[in-house]
Design a protein around this ligand. Structure first.
Ligand code: UDP
Length: 247
């Protein structure tokens, strides 16, 4: 590497490549929470999140979900299709946790009768507020057709991920997705899917705190952050290897 950065976010840096249609993403060890009020590092996170995201994007691609993933030239680097990222955080929830509990009073851990798909406005200075469909249209963040397509994709992704994580003995509590529009106008899954962007609970552990295998360990100062991320990576990779053997 390294040419001029195109963009640096909280967890990743984007570089241009020789092709206008391809970008190189570099995953950092930096960790932030609470709209970057809390900052730190999680050793090895860049490699782990890049490895996990690549594996999940590859799996979702094989299941018919279009993603921006191309390949992983180094453990912490991912080549992706260049897209225009929609400024919407799409959150899918299977179990009540986090802001859903804080804002509605639902008890943490309550299983939802059906997956809940929510949209948040990706705007740090407004603290990423929850959007209604009408607010989303008002702000021209997506058309009704695009929104419908995103909702359907988010539900399909949830179904695939839930099934896969179940095989890893991990409960997929909730997660955040970002979508982009490619040069043909098609909506594709972008960003990352990792313990930074998902709530993942160990299905085998009894204790509520011990079972947390995601960024909540960092957010809530629970310790053993690196080992939780490593555990998720290890379970995902060994389950993928098993699935490959069977196919
Ligand atoms: N999330 C994320 N980025 C954000 C906000 C949320 O990746 O900027 C993920 C978060 O890790 C969790 C899910 O989206 O898996 C739902 O987060 P929630 O709305 O409960 O927010 P929080 O309680 O983390 O503030």
């Amino acid at each position: 590497m390294k040419s001029e950065k195109l963009y640096e976010g909280k967890a990743k840096i984007l570089y241009p490549t020789e092709s206008q249609e391809i970008l190189l993403t570099y995953f950092k060890d930096d960790a932030t929470a609470f709209n970057a009020q809390k900052k730190g590092q999680i050793k090895g996170k860049g490699e782990i999140n890049c490895t996990i995201s690549a594996a999940l994007f590859e799996m979702l691609g094989q299941l018919g979900i279009p993603t921006h993933y191309i390949d992983r030239p180094a453990p912490n680097q991912m080549r992706v299709k260049a897209v225009k990222i929609l400024p919407i955080e799409v959150v899918v929830r299977n179990i009540a946790a986090g802001s859903l509990c804080r804002q509605t009073g639902l008890p943490e851990g309550k299983e939802l009768p059906q997956p809940l798909v929510e949209f948040y406005f990706k705007k740090d200075e407004l603290q990423d507020p929850l959007l209604t469909d009408d607010r989303l249209f008002l702000l021209e963040l997506a058309t009704p057709n695009q929104l419908e397509e995103i909702k359907n994709m988010a539900k399909a992704i949830n179904k695939h991920l839930q099934e896969f994580f179940q095989d890893c003995n991990i409960i997929l509590v909730d997660f955040k997705l970002e979508f982009g529009i490619d040069h043909t106008g098609k909506i594709i899954l972008a960003d990352e899917i990792s313990p930074d962007t998902c709530r993942l609970w160990d299905a085998m552990e009894g204790d509520a705190t011990a079972k947390i295998l995601d960024k909540d360990r960092f957010r809530r100062d629970l310790g053993n952050v690196e080992s939780a991320y490593q555990e998720v990576q290890q379970r995902i990779l060994s389950q993928m290897a098993k699935n490959k053997e069977q196919s």
